[in-house]
Design a binder for this molecule. Structure first.
Ligand code: 6A9
Length: 773
């Protein structure tokens, strides 16, 4: 419709950052780029234990370990579900100063601790302590190898200090942001740190193609030609790092300098690593041994106190084990925070091919360290509901980072795959982000909560405001529905005939059933409710920063108008709220019938395809009672005396529909889509299982309605208690039994399922325990 020139301009706009001043405050002068306190951190959530700085091409440090079992070498490094670890995660982590992690492997367990010490001009010092103990599970590992590494990423230099033939005793180095530094590997000791232990040492110096190749480089350098044995005992062979002969041809220029210190030792043992910043003058002494123990103790005590002050779980009578569980949930969200840098790949309607987005940085929590170790837009709003309570300043930084990734159109990419390490975890077909794709604007929820709890200073809101306005406008314009005050998710699955019900990934609820035939006539109830919240929060922010709020207020009122809501979404015949669209329930997946090919040609494999037995028509979407239907309640748009509230409460409490002893299931058992595959290879996802983020909204809403006078007050208050107790006890029980928090919970057995550990929004269980909403 428009000329080539206009198209090129629009294409450029899609990959141009928003012109408003940055939301993120620049760091104070003469401090490292990420500010002094949060410069170094465990910001590599995808590895079991690692640190980096919050800067684009950071030096990284990390740990790998190996069982030295006869004929069975397992190198652990990147968190992989296929490693099958019985449990791992942070037991304590305050997001800033220190962390204590427990890793149970088969036959042994590791405790990995770090603590930082501020000083100097480059982010200060830090130390690690790794304690390894035998475990009575599986084959006993008589000896273990710990591989500590340091690697550069395209800048800086490292010099090894090697002792004897192969012991990397220390290294010194320089990078742009760290200046000069040194790193020392202490002698291994027994687990109390009292007596030195006999050990064998190996050392590797190599050039890697990039940080994403570190595991491969170390694996490729291993040989079994080494032996371990204290004097007077038999020697045993083990695998050690030896020589790396370079990567695969065409692997690119090496941009990483890698140094590996391998210690092979008997269990139990303890090792410490000491990083010292060159500009830190007058430190009291090395942060090792007794000094390290004392610092860890000091931070642990401060954490315990702050945790109780913030969430009050001891005061509420929770058992010690339950409190430890809650501490681990919070700590894992904090310890799961990452700092990513790189470029997204985006598709817009204005070009034929994906384009590179500008380089950007993202400081964010992640849904899952093993499976989804990267930022997801709507997940993050939920994460910040918890983190904002713990550390409002941290939450502010995260929100600012996300908003600074906005393009000139006001769009923020939904899934952030920044940098090569992040990309190795994502299959190619999921990498490209579409500029017409939204995701629930949950950052408004987080902002609303921050404002209510002391994190809404005017200066902060002023920095955000121009970007919030554009973001809001982006939804309002690009996701508008067919009539005023209605909304529609763009980006539903195209080839509808391939799916039982075409998915709506942008809504976050993926395969939750919607209109069978995607069309511009659709009205999506959940998006409308999200927009009601967004409008109300925008009105509040605008008035706090003394900008015109009238238009937002008017919109918020219109979207919360219960009569209008009824007109657009109350499906009288279905007795519930619903989406509207071109819909038929007479669909099924069937094996396609293929003609026989001419003789001699191979038989094609018949696929499952959708057959439509009755043509769709415009109507409310039947057969889809579940989370979407509850949205007017979940986001608290219903008047306390609305009869609709009574009816949703009844649907919630009905065991034939949404109620389970483990929380609310996502889709009613009465729905024809309940636990149905969407294709042969697409098992049900948001079609039955219990999801914690939506259950959190439900608990929070019941708490709200339980406090407002009205005909349903008692019922809401009772349901609040019951639902909350069910969720907390099941998530806790599953954690104790399986060692993890999970992506979802089975609606018939309560068992955790999907990916693990999933300490993203499932960690909202802490707020439910604390009754903080
Ligand atoms: C797949 C496969 C190693 C799906 O928690 C993140 C999102 C949620 O935002 C969304 O609501 N999860 C939920 O329906 C996980 C999405 C993963 C998509 C990428 C790549 C990687 O395999």
């Amino acid at each position: 419709a428009y000329g080539l020139y206009a198209r090129a301009r629009l294409a450029a706009r899609a990959v141009t950052l928003h012109p408003a001043p940055r939301a993120l405050l620049p760091p104070p002068p003469s401090s490292p780029p990420g500010g002094p306190l949060r410069f170094w951190g465990s910001y590599r959530p995808h590895v079991y234990f690692g640190m980096k700085t919050r800067s684009p091409r950071s030096l990284v440090a990390g740990l790998m370990w190996m069982h030295q079992l006869e004929g069975d070498v397992r190198l652990r490094h990147v968190c992989e579900q296929s490693d099958g670890l019985p449990r791992y995660g942070w037991l304590l982590h305050d997001g800033t100063h220190f962390g204590v992690q427990e890793i149970r492997d088969v036959g042994l367990s590791l405790q990995t601790e770090f603590v930082k010490r501020p000083g100097g001009r480059h982010g200060g010092d830090w130390s690690w302590r790794v304690t390894v103990r035998p475990e009575r599970t599986g084959p006993q590992a008589p000896i273990v190898s710990l591989l500590f590494y340091v690697a550069t990423d395209g800048q800086g230099a490292l010099q090894p200090l090697v002792e004897g033939k192969s012991r990397l005793r220390a290294l010194t180095g320089t990078t742009e942001e760290l200046g000069d530094f040194s790193l020392t590997f202490q002698q291994p000791t027994d687990e109390a740190g009292a007596a030195p232990l006999y050990a064998s040492y190996n050392y590797l110096q190599a050039k890697a193609e990039g940080l994403h190749r570190l595991t491969e480089v170390v694996k490729a350098s291993l040989t079994p030609r080494f032996s371990y044995g204290p004097p007077g005992t038999p020697q045993r062979r083990y695998f050690g790092v030896d020589v790396y002969r370079g990567g695969p041809p065409g692997g690119g220029e090496p941009r990483s300098q890698l140094l590996v210190h391998q210690v092979t030792v008997a269990l139990p043992c303890r090792l410490e690593v000491v990083f010292e910043s060159g500009s830190f003058a007058g430190r009291p002494g090395p942060l090792a041994g007794e000094a390290l123990t004392q610092e860890l103790e000091r931070h642990r005590a401060a954490f315990e106190q702050r945790f109780e002050d913030t969430f009050g779980l001891a005061a509420k009578g929770y058992s010690l084990q339950q409190q430890q569980f809650a501490k681990a949930a919070l700590s894992n969200m904090l310890g799961g925070m990452g700092y990513f840098y790189g470029q997204s790949l985006v598709r817009s309607p204005h070009t034929d091919h994906p384009q590179l987005y500008p380089e950007g940085s993202l400081f964010t929590a992640v849904p899952s360290r093993s499976f989804f170790p990267r930022g997801f837009l709507w997940d993050e709003g939920f994460h910040q509901l918890l983190l904002g309570r713990w550390d409002p300043a941290l939450s502010q930084e995260v929100l600012a980072h996300w908003l600074d990734l906005m393009n000139a159109e006001g769009w923020i990419p939904r899934e952030q795959i920044l940098g090569e390490e992040a990309r190795t975890k994502v299959p190619a077909e999921f990498v490209v982000q579409d500029t017409s794709a939204g995701n629930p604007p949950t950052l408004f929820l987080a902002l609303q909560q921050l404002m209510a709890h002391g994190g809404g200073e005017a200066s902060f809101l002023e920095r955000l405001f121009p970007r919030l306005e554009s973001w809001y406008q982006w939804y309002n314009e690009t996701q508008a529905g067919p009539e005023p005050y209605t909304f529609r998710w763009r980006g539903r699955d195209r080839e509808a005939e391939r799916f039982l019900n075409p998915k709506t990934l942008t809504s976050g609820l993926d395969d939750y059933p919607r209109a069978s035939h995607p069309s511009p006539d659709e009205r999506h109830l959940d998006l409308r409710c999200w927009m009601a919240v967004a409008s109300a929060v925008m009105a509040n922010v605008a008035s706090r920063v003394k900008k015109p709020a009238g238009e937002y207020r008017r919109m918020a009122e219109a979207l919360a108008d219960n009569a209008l809501l009824d007109r657009h979404h109350w499906a009288g015949a279905l007795g519930t709220f619903a989406d509207y669209g071109n819909h038929t329930l007479a669909v099924a997946l069937e094996r396609e019938r293929l003609r026989l090919p001419p003789p001699g040609q191979p038989l094609p494999t018949p696929q499952l395809v959708r057959v439509v037995r009755k043509p769709p028509k415009l109507q409310f979407v039947g057969g889809a009672l579940g989370y979407v239907s509850l949205f007017p309640l979940l986001l608290q748009l219903l008047h306390p005396d609305s009869p609709r509230l009574g009816s949703l409460l009844a649907d919630m409490r009905s065991e034939k529909k949404l109620w389970t002893p483990f929380g609310l299931r996502s889709l009613s058992r009465t729905s024809p889509f309940y636990l149905k595959h969407n294709t042969e290879h697409d098992p049900p996802y948001w079609r039955g299982p219990v999801w914690v983020n939506i259950n959190y909204l439900a608990v929070r809403a019941l708490h709200h309605y339980g406090q407002l006078a009205g005909p349903f007050q008692q019922q809401a208050a009772a349901l609040y208690q019951e639902l909350r107790a069910n969720l907390v006890s099941n998530i806790y029980r599953q954690y104790v039994e399986s060692g993890y928090l999970w992506e979802q919970y089975n609606d018939r057995t309560g068992q955790g399922q999907g990916c693990y550990p999933f300490t993203g929004w499932s960690a909202l269980v802490v707020l439910m325990m604390a009754e903080e909403y």
